[in-house]
Design a protein around this ligand. Structure first.
Ligand code: ADP
Ligand code: MG
Ligand code: ZN
Length: 483
């Protein structure tokens, strides 16, 4: 632990592979996980001489839609640039990226400001085998890749992790990326520095300390752990009167520490320049931006508002926010207008049965929490209505749920009637049962009447048994007390 207090500053750079049919500059299938190396390749993504790139409109569109979802500005004029460097995973000798004129600038997630989002191409994947050979798989080369950069305005590990989590949700809601971090579809780099004085805002860059950039973070947890580690490491250096060296560091998951990868004393000179093979673009001529905005589905922040208005908001409902199919299903089972007097009653009860019972049963059977495994909308709705109107006890409802999972379109009412699960709320019918139970247990009844109150639950139990579980226990209690 450091003895002095320092002020941490963090900025994130996040890459996400876009979910498009084809690659960024050619017609090859965009599927880096096809399982066999070098099958989704062609002359263009292998950089054969004389080939020319053709921009993928779908990728540009998705980048714009991500920007619109973050409240960003969409550039009117934009262009692609060559970022020159030499490495086997980049066969052209340069990566096509964007430098001065990114497609998206500004915007924020929960107040954390975004600098820019630009579009580029992913590189091939190198694997280094034990014999000292490096194998290169070009399935990933030329896959559309967006890069989002935040302002240095994050001040702790948790906020950085949460920013990345929320971005992942937004990418998935928009359908821009599957954004699975373990698969490398989303990659986070964290820039971390500490300073003695708190900079007075993000323009006050003179007061920032020297940053280190941490790469290969392939889970949200490692993002947070690596940032915490860096804050501690840099604090220890400053405590001893040393200076932090600007460098790129990796994250060692096993050792739970960062390690130096390359010093960045003389920054890379990528000799960026506009790619003469690609057209300059006026985005408002290529797209109807307002149409693209309308196409954006419900976003996580709006979904949370909607859940709140149904009285099922708060931390517990994040389970639905993280499962788009279940979220849509939940919204679709809600009646158009609240048909039961108490606000949110239908929502709360259906939420509990979905999240606790249905999710629980599916998990027990190792089934996915997806729409094909949920009961049909009308069956589930009927079930909830019958619970609210007291026609079903929670015991009966659970039996029906089990049946509904193997028979999605179950006629709930008919099944409940056949199995005798309809709760008897008819006072006369219940009174008859109570009288029968009393007649069968006269000794105990006298005891009860003489003040042995413990026997109340015995009588309720007997009545429930006699009604095969279909009587309303609350009503039995009241009747027994009033006899
Ligand atoms: P570089 O030119 O070294 O790539 P940039 O200015 O492009 O640096 O910033 C890259 C990322 O680093 C951004 O996310 C930015 O917010 C962040 N960053 C910049 N300066 C700092 C700092 N002193 N501490 C932490 N993060 C920083
Ligand atoms: Mg950078
Ligand atoms: Zn190709």
């Amino acid at each position: 632990m450091s003895s002095n207090e320092y002020f941490p500053t963090i900025g994130l750079e996040i890459h996400a592979e876009l979910h498009t049919k084809s690659k960024m500059w050619c017609g090859c299938i965009n599927d880096p996980f096809v399982g066999k190396p070098n099958v989704n390749i062609c002359e263009v993504c292998m950089a054969h001489p004389g080939t020319l790139p053709v921009p993928n409109k779908e990728a540009i569109k998705k980048t714009i839609q991500v920007g619109l979802s973050l409240g960003s500005n969409i550039a009117d004029f934009t262009e692609f640039d060559r970022k020159n460097y030499f490495y086997p995973d980049i066969p052209k000798g340069y990566q096509i990226s964007q430098y001065k004129l990114p497609i998206v600038s500004g915007g924020n997630i929960d107040g954390i400001e975004i600098t820019r989002i630009h579009l580029e191409e992913d590189t091939a994947k190198s694997s280094h085998d034990n014999d000292g050979y490096t194998l290169v798989d070009f399935n990933r080369a030329g896959v559309p890749l967006m890069e989002l950069v935040t302002e240095p305005v994050i001040h702790n590990a948790k906020d950085a992790g949460n920013f990345a989590r929320e971005l992942q949700r937004i990418l998935r809601y928009v359908g821009a990326s599957e954004a699975n971090m373990e698969m490398g579809q989303m990659r986070v780099e964290a820039n971390v520095s500490i300073s003695k004085n708190k900079p007075s805002g993000n323009a006050d860059k003179n007061n920032f300390g020297t940053k280190c950039e941490v790469k290969n973070l392939n889970s949200f947890r490692s993002v947070e752990e690596a940032i915490e580690y860096e804050i501690e490491r840099q604090s220890a250096i400053l405590d001893e009167g040393g200076v932090v060296v600007q460098e790129t560091r990796g994250w060692d998951e096993n050792k739970q520490e960062t390690f130096s990868q390359r010093k960045k004393e003389n920054a890379h000179d990528y000799r960026y320049f506009p790619d003469p093979d690609l057209p300059k673009m006026y985005l408002s001529e290529l797209f109807d931006i307002e149409e693209l905005r309308k196409e954006i589905p419900l976003l996580p922040s709006k979904a949370r508002e909607k859940l709140n208005s149904l009285c099922v908001g708060g931390g517990i409902s994040e389970i639905l926010i993280d499962n788009i199919e279940a979220l849509k299903y939940f919204f679709s089972i809600q009646p158009e207008s609240e048909i039961f007097a108490e606000k949110g009653k239908f929502a709360q009860i259906s939420f509990n049965y979905l999240v606790t019972d249905i999710f629980g049963l599916l998990k027990k059977e190792n089934k996915e929490l997806s729409i094909n495994n949920f009961p049909s909308i009308s069956s589930f709705r009927t079930l909830i209505e019958m619970i609210i109107t007291n026609e079903l006890s929670s015991r009966g409802a659970k039996d029906i749920l089990v049946e509904m999972l193997s028979n999605k379109n179950l006629d709930v009412r008919k099944f409940a009637e056949e199995k005798g699960l309809i709760q008897k709320n008819d006072t006369e019918a219940l009174k008859k049962i109570v009288n029968e139970v009393i007649a069968d247990n006269t000794d105990k009844w006298n005891d009860f009447k003489n003040g042995n109150e413990k026997l109340l639950m015995f009588f309720v139990g007997q009545c429930m048994k006699k009604s095969s579980g279909s009587g309303n226990p609350q009503m039995f209690q009241e009747i027994i007390k009033s006899v």
